[in-house]
Design a protein around this ligand. Sequence first.
Ligand SMILES: Cc1ncc(COP(=O)(O)O)c(C=O)c1O
Length: 426
Amino acid sequence: MADPLAAKGFDTRAVHAGGGPDKATGARAVPIYQTTSYVFESADQAAKLFNLEEFGQIYSRITNPTVAALETRLASLEGGVGATAAASGHAAQFLALLPLLKSGDSFLASKALYGGSITQFGQSFARLGWQAIFVDPADPEDFRRALTPSCRAIFIESLANPGGIVTDIEAIAKLAHDADIPLVVDNTLATPYLCRPGDWGADLVVHSTTKFLGGHGNSIGGAVIDTGKFDWSRIAALGEPSPAYHDLNFAKTFGKLAFTVYGHAVGLRDFGAAMAPFNAFLTLTGVETLALRMARHCENALAVAQHLEKHPKVAWVSYAGLASSPHRALAQKYLPQGAGAVFTFSLKGGYAAGIKLVESCRLFSHLANIGDTRSLIIHPASTTHRQLSDADRAAAGAGADVVRLSVGIETIGDIIADLDQALAGT
Ligand SMILES: Cc1ncc(COP(=O)(O)O)c(C=O)c1O
């Protein structure tokens, strides 16, 4: 379905896409449709809805109007044709890969991913028979070398959590398409405000909306967005008859919407990881100020990174916005408006100093999240990346001496003063 706001600016779409006055009441804010189910107009209409012959609401595990408003907004911001919201970012990653992989298939994944994704892929997806082959993203050609005939997708993060690593989306999209498989990009840290992976060839974009999209640290959620570039008729689950729907062929019946309809009609219906309407409402509200928040997040993060780089107790800072970063050139290409607000640095005092620092901060909150308005700090090796081996932690940029910051939108002088007083005690 063409985006009716496609010609409008990003900031306008962030406020208006999917969010017109409510047809039933005229309510201007998107109402929270807190209902499990929807009364059918007739038995005939119910049958049509169940057969996917008519779009409409049946049950909120599959679709919900508040969640649909968020899906429309996210699809618009990513320049996509459709979106499926999910209960969390991890649920969205599952929904993205579900139609692409069957037991015995494999997919390539960047080694520089959020630690939880490495565990999800390497441990839990392996139990489903989906084998993740991890590749160092520094040289895109390594992905080509790692491809095998059983590879069904490539999964990368545009801006990796936590290391300030920028991935060469365009080069990896090209080699994915040479192999006739889709590229899935986790765009959580960049958000569509800083980078639109679809513009560089990505086929699917996934988000943990828990982070900058929601933006206020109050709702877990996720989404997968179809950028509309991949021909889904070439994927068995979408291009062959589906026994679950009387042999309906998703690609033939729904065309550009095949992936998104499958995400709801099969992915959410059968696995149940739906986003709650209240979380969709809070996330919609957060997205309205995305542009304003991201600009401030990036401005503050750059100032903090520059300050830390000069600090005598700091060994190195890995922020792609710094002139010294090896990812500077990729950041200028993919993130021209700023390199995000999550980055790592290392303390000369190592592990012990890292622990002391996180415990001494007063304005920064020591917790396992990123992307709040508030400044956040964590020591990944002892928390988010704890499940990984030392080698995998190092590959993900989360070694024992590393501290991760998610720089908030508070007054910059207060953010730096808090880090300075905490560093003084390390
Ligand atoms: C880059 C990235 N992707 C995915 C996830 C998983 O998202 P969620 O916690 O919403 O399941 C996270 C969580 O930290 C993340 O940072």
